[in-house]
Design a binder for this molecule. Structure first.
Ligand SMILES: [Zn+2]
Ligand SMILES: [Zn+2]
Length: 394
């Protein structure tokens, strides 16, 4: 028995209510205090064991099924973004400058919806379901998955499988999109300081012009993409900020560049970082400048979906009536769900919410991001069914 829409019917309104409540009171990364409190209270009301304050504001729930089986973890992130909402809905953000523009409010609501279905059917349930409510997905290297794992979220019991769902403003409403293998990129932020020797603009030969050197470095870095990395490997390097100088006739002492690298496997990633450093340093040296290259530590790994688990997940998602499941292309964005996938095989998947008829047209992170709330019950149902099916003993 897997669940269908008759199992979510009793909870549909509640899922939407929870989503709207969280949407109206969004909280930034590591400040998800009210959201975490709401999550803990809802889980307890379902007689699910709760541990709060896991890795910051994280909440872990554990539901024991009546039958023996696997431990399946389901994850939702809880943080909002520093964006001022530009959508006129009755539950519009009441906090200027803060908005659930990535849809993490829907993730919390859908996971609580899955918990409602699963806890009501605990007598039928195999194994155990672990609910991971994560703080701070949006913070880059300081994302909440790592402190949660360090606080033991992936132990006692150790999940055999882990699943995560993300709402997508680009996929059409009620479409599940996923792929086996690498799904989302590893992001690496770099800073390059080019140290020259300042002087008069009329006599560049007496100094070392860091502006000129910076320009050479920007151009040369594109050679890493086109000439140093295997063209069959997706790879992006972008210099997105350059700062130097104060006046038209003064050669400054230094220039600062910042940019991002995106890769899809750890080997290419290491090679790319090495090459960016080597190119910046040696191009600078050729022109008598010196480059200091730094990478931000602890950035998210590549999000890799386990091929076998994903294949089985696709067949489970395909059975959800009223939805479609498609294979999507890899995405250059990043996710710290990747850290959970390093601890247990699993799948990260998207649920489309783009619906022109309802004005749901903008992408995640837009101030006009609007979710088609009809999809929420399908999302909850998908999580409940993945937990139920993968909980069965192998
Ligand atoms: Zn986001
Ligand atoms: Zn997100």
């Amino acid at each position: 028995m897997a669940f269908d829409l008759s199992d979510t019917r009793a909870f549909e309104d509640e899922i939407v209510r929870i989503r709207r409540r969280i949407h109206a009171y969004p909280e930034l990364s590591y400040h998800e205090f009210e959201t975490a409190r709401l999550v803990a209270q809802k889980l307890r009301s379902m007689r699910i064991t709760v541990k709060a304050g896991v890795g910051g504001t994280g909440v872990v729930g554990l539901l024991k099924g009546a039958r023996p089986g696997n431990v399946v973890a389901l994850r939702a992130d809880m943080d909002a973004l520093p964006v001022t909402e530009n959508v006129n809905v009755p539950f519009k953000s009441k906090r200027t400058g803060v908005m659930h523009a990535c849809g993490h409010d829907t993730h919390v609501a859908m996971l609580l919806g899955a918990a409602m279905v699963l806890s009501r059917n605990r007598d039928e349930l195999h194994g155990q379901v672990k609910f991971l409510f994560q703080p701070a997905e949006e913070t880059g290297g300081r994302g909440g998955a790592k402190p949660m794992i360090e606080a033991g979220a992936m132990n006692n019991p150790k999940p055999d499988y882990v699943f995560g769902l993300h709402i997508s403003g680009t996929e059409p409403s009620k479409v599940f999109a996923l792929r086996p293998g690498p799904l989302m990129a590893a992001p690496d932020t770099f800073r390059i300081r080019i140290i020259g020797k300042g002087g008069h603009g009329s006599a560049p030969h007496e100094g070392v012009d860091p502006v000129f050197v910076a320009a050479q470095v920007v151009v040369a870095l594109q050679g890493v993409t086109s000439r140093m990395i295997d063209q069959r490997e997706p790879f992006v390097v972008s210099v997105c900020s350059i700062h130097s100088g104060t006046k038209d006739n003064i050669i400054p002492d230094e220039a600062r560049l910042e940019g991002t690298i995106r890769t899809f496997n750890e080997k290419t990633r290491a090679q790319a970082k090495r090459s960016v450093k080597a190119v910046a340093e040696s191009v600078s040296r050729a022109f008598k400048a010196r480059a200091e290259v730094e990478f931000k530590p602890d950035e998210y790994p590549v999000t890799v979906n386990d091929p076998n688990v994903t294949k089985r997940a696709v067949s489970i998602l395909r059975r959800i009536p009223g939805t479609r499941t498609v294979e999507c292309k890899p995405i250059m964005g990043a996710e710290d769900f990747s850290r959970f996938l390093q601890k247990a095989p699993g799948t990260f998947y998207f649920l489309g919410t783009r619906n022109p008829r309802k004005g749901c047209l903008n992408t995640n992170h837009s101030s006009e991001f609007k979710v088609d709330e009809d999809v929420l019950k399908y999302g909850a149902l998908s999580l409940a069914n993945l937990a139920y099916e993968f909980g069965k003993p192998n």
